[in-house]
Design a protein around this ligand. Structure first.
Ligand code: RET
Ligand code: NAG
Length: 420
């Protein structure tokens, strides 16, 4: 349907999908089923318990050999009911092997083989390596070029900054933790990493909400006062930070908490236990309602209206392009975050059920790739931003000047541009 409305959107969607797939999936795919089989059989092992002859690093080979000897019976009878929980962690595998250890103190190589952790390290390294220059460059170009100072771009600067905060502040922690196979930075590091990830992501989410509302207003009243729009966006930016704090701060102050999740080398909020003393249940309900369902509803309502004006010829083409950009940014965001959100909700609403720590990590590291999409989508969609980038790169001269000059007016940013 979208491709009917926006001719460009099909290729952009393909681009998002391809980047996402190439970034996060292929190395997992061939090994996924075999890994799951291994981790399932792993949680049924009962014997190596306390055998002093076996060094901890050898436990896996030992467990397999032991399983071969004792064959099917134990595999079938033992279930994954015993869940491991500590004061500041929750590991969703049974401790019948006696190998489960605190993720703040010991490597978690019983959850997945070391190469999986190495892969996560490399993945995080690439997110940092690509994410910093792409976001930083977009930020510089947007701030430096006066003709990009439009309400829509104010919001994009906000989102790019949020992405940079996540990449610079919290990703190195994740990478370092994955390198060691456990959360080496202790509970303080976990709070730090969790806080900045949630904060940055929430800023992006609420920016999308404000952007959708702004697009909605403009499409209702195309000749709306530009100064009003500017003021609205500036207020909107403070609003995004406020809303982000209202989601990221409470877990630091004993309303829920940040704990290591999945393979125990990244931190998220606690979906795993109810913890009445931390009012965990109310926080998770609050987080999913106020910080996911409500934004999603507001955005959908605004987009409903946008889709109505999309084929309206009297409506400025550049404004329509800006609408398209907003829709794509939103799709990119939710494509990254909905798998993680629904898995988190599933774990929360089925307390104590067995789930694969590997699958949890898969969704959460997949969500982390969202920091790349905002700038990539903008660069792809917006001709004027691309031109400004070329000019910045070539130190003030645009080598393609006569070629692109003619079509300059058809870019997203000039559409929403202010009278200078
Ligand atoms: C790698 C670290 C991760 C994924 C940390 C945790 C993230 C959350 C607790 C995310 C919460 C949510 C956000 C930020 C936006 C979409 C909805 C949400 C509640 C899943
Ligand atoms: C798992 O069992 C072993 C051996 O009984 C014990 O040393 C270890 O502390 C247990 N792990 C947890 C997280 O309780």
């Amino acid at each position: 349907m979208l491709s009917l409305l926006f001719p460009q959107s099909q290729s952009v969607l393909a681009l998002i999908l391809l980047t996402q797939i190439s970034l996060s999936l292929p190395p997992f795919v061939p090994s996924f089923s075999s890994l799951r089989a291994v981790s399932e059989s792993r949680s049924h092992v009962t014997s190596p318990h306390g055998d002093p002859d076996i060094p901890e690093t050898m436990w896996f080979e030992h467990a397999i050999r032991w399983q071969m000897r004792h064959h099917d019976e134990t595999l079938i009878t033992e279930s994954v009911k015993v869940l491991k929980e500590g004061p500041d962690f929750y590991i969703p595998v049974s401790n019948t092997t006696g190998l489960v250890r605190s993720p703040h103190e010991y490597p978690q190589y019983y959850l997945a083989e070391p190469w999986v952790f190495s892969f996560l390290t490399i993945y995080m390294f690439f997110l940092i390596l690509i994410g910093i220059p792409v976001n930083l460059f977009t930020l510089c170009v947007t701030v430096l070029h006066k003709n990009l100072r439009t309400p829509v771009y104010y919001m994009l600067v906000n989102m790019t900054m949020a992405d940079l905060i996540v990449i610079v502040v919290s990703f190195p922690f994740t990478m370092h933790a994955a390198m060691h196979g456990y959360f080496v930075h202790g509970q303080v590091g976990c709070n730090f990493e969790g806080f900045f990830t949630v904060h940055g992501t929430q800023i992006s989410l609420w920016s999308l909400v404000v952007l959708a509302v702004e697009r909605f207003m403009v499409s209702c009243k195309p000749d709306i006062d530009i100064r009003f729009r500017r003021k609205f966006i500036v207020k909107g930016i403070s609003f995004t930070w406020l809303m982000a704090f209202s989601c990221s701060l409470p877990p630091l102050f004993e309303w829920s908490r940040y704990i290591p999740e999945g393979l125990q080398c990244s931190c998220g909020v606690d979906y795993y236990t109810l913890k009445p003393d931390l009012f965990n249940e109310s926080f998770i309900n609050y987080m999913f309602t106020v910080h996911l369902v409500i934004p999603l509803t507001v955005i959908s309502l605004c987009f409903g209206r946008l889709l109505c004006v999309v084929n309206n010829d009297t409506f400025n083409k550049n404004e329509r392009d800006a609408n398209c950009l907003t829709v794509l940014l939103t799709l990119g965001f939710f494509m990254c975050w909905l798998p993680y959100a629904s898995f988190g909700w599933h774990i929360f609403s089925n307390q104590g059920s067995a789930f694969s720590p590997f699958a949890m990590t898969l969704t959460s590291f997949f969500a982390k790739s969202s920091v790349l999409y905002n700038p990539l989508i903008c660069i792809y969609m917006d001709k004027q931003l691309r031109q400004c980038m070329v000019i910045t790169l070539c130190q003030g001269k645009n080598p393609f000047a006569d070629k692109v000059g003619a079509s300059a007016s058809s870019s997203v940013s000039s559409g929403s541009a202010a009278p200078a």
